[in-house]
Design a protein around this ligand. Structure first.
Ligand SMILES: *Cc1c(COP(=O)(O)O)cnc(C)c1O
Length: 383
């Protein structure tokens, strides 16, 4: 047996700038005496992110969940929204808090994104939008989705929490749909510790979102709508400005790590790598595989547990399906028989350690552990 790693290898590590640079930012903020409410750092971060994401309009929030929740609110959606069960709880919880009913659509076998070919049959007279997720930073089939939306007059919103910097045929991911949410949580490629943003097409929404994230307060005196507090503060914005400087380097490192995984996992039976479609550029948010128990000889859950003995810590992303939440079990679209691909994948997915500082030697060793743990077909027959 290969020896365990000396130190634990976690699934991710936050991308942190040099502490010295952060101290510099803090001094600047202390000096200014403005620590939140649209200060200099936030204004600068908005400008730089708008350029980086090539967004028509951009609005920053204190986290991705509230960005999505208030974005849906600003669009004034009603009734049903077609979405995916294979996502983080925040996607559907943002619908719940807007009194919108999710209609779960099965996912695509290859990318695990919403299956664009199955959306149309779920549309009813109550449908107002499609909320799709660029899962693991691999873009959805945006053209097919837009065609359906245009045909039925639906809004398209993307949960792009994983998709910072992803592209389709050279076009920025923010250029698709009516609105895209990005998360800047510490686990995400670009982070502000906690944070998020919306990019969107309709310039009218700028003012509305400004009100929604600041108690509906106009001029400090009039309250014109029922809002929330969802503002990002200056300290987080300042950290974001420093992280933005190192994000491209991180992406390059992750690209190399992905290549190394691909090279060394190839040929191990029962392991399939989830990757982007042709002509698409992933953000490299996660590196996720599927374990086919019959071919690999061991189940995903067995493998995940066994890996901890080698000091390797993986995650089941995403598990469980959102359609399994107690408060959705009465929905027809949440029934297992209507979501065959999602129900299969949720038992097979495993997110592997993936962050720039992960050494290529460690990646190779992780792959050798997989080699060591899989059972050949002959052995299975003998058992
Ligand atoms: C991280 C994440 C969110 C939530 O973002 P926060 O910034 O943590 O609120 C939403 N959707 C998906 C798919 C995510 O991975």
């Amino acid at each position: 047996m290969l020896s365990p790693f000396e130190n634990p290898i976690y699934v991710t590590r936050p991308l942190l700038p040099d502490l010295e640079n952060v101290s510099g930012k803090l001094e600047e903020i202390w000096e200014s005496k403005q620590v939140t409410n649209n200060g200099k750092q936030l204004t600068l971060l908005s400008k730089q992110l708008q350029e980086y994401l090539q967004a028509q309009h951009l609005s920053i929030f204190n986290n991705g969940t509230l960005a999505l929740l208030l974005g849906l609110k600003a669009l004034g959606l009603k009734g049903e929204v077609i979405t995916t069960p294979f996502t983080f709880p925040a996607t559907v919880q943002a619908l719940d808090w807007n009194q919108l009913t999710p209609v779960f659509c099965d996912i695509d076998r290859k990318t695990l994104n919403i299956d664009a070919n199955k959306i149309e049959s779920l549309i009813t007279e109550n449908t107002s939008a499609i909320l799709a997720v660029h899962v693991f930073g691999n873009p959805c089939e945006t053209e097919k989705i837009q065609n359906i939306a245009d045909k039925y007059g639906l809004k398209v919103i993307y949960d792009g929490a994983h998709a910072f910097g992803a592209k389709i045929g050279g076009n920025p991911i923010s250029s698709y749909g009516d609105m895209t949410m990005f998360s800047f949580h510490a686990t995400k490629l670009f982070n502000t510790v906690e944070g998020g943003a919306l990019t969107f097409r309709d310039g009218e929404l700028v003012r509305k979102l400004d009100l929604l994230k600041n108690f509906g307060l106009l001029n400090g005196e009039e309250v014109v709508l029922s809002g929330l507090n969802a503002k990002m503060n200056e300290i987080q914005a300042g950290i974001g400005l420093e992280v933005l400087k190192i994000v491209e380097e991180e992406r390059k490192k992750r690209h190399r790590i992905k290549k190394t995984y691909e090279q060394h996992l190839a040929g191990i039976p029962g392991i399939r790598i989830i990757t982007n479609l042709e002509n698409e550029q992933s953000s490299y948010q996660y590196f996720v595989i599927e374990i086919d128990k019959n071919k690999f000889g061991r189940s995903r859950d067995w493998l995940q547990k066994k890996l901890t003995e080698y000091n390797v810590f993986t995650r089941k992303y995403f598990y469980p399906l959102c359609s399994e939440f107690d408060w959705y079990t009465h929905l027809e679209s949440a029934q297992g028989k209507n979501l065959p691909v999602a129900n299969k994948s949720v038992e097979q997915v495993l997110s592997l350690p993936f962050y720039g500082e992960l050494e290529l030697d460690s990646v190779t060793k992780i792959c050798r552990i997989f080699q060591e743990l899989h059972i050949t077909q002959e052995t299975v027959t003998q058992l």
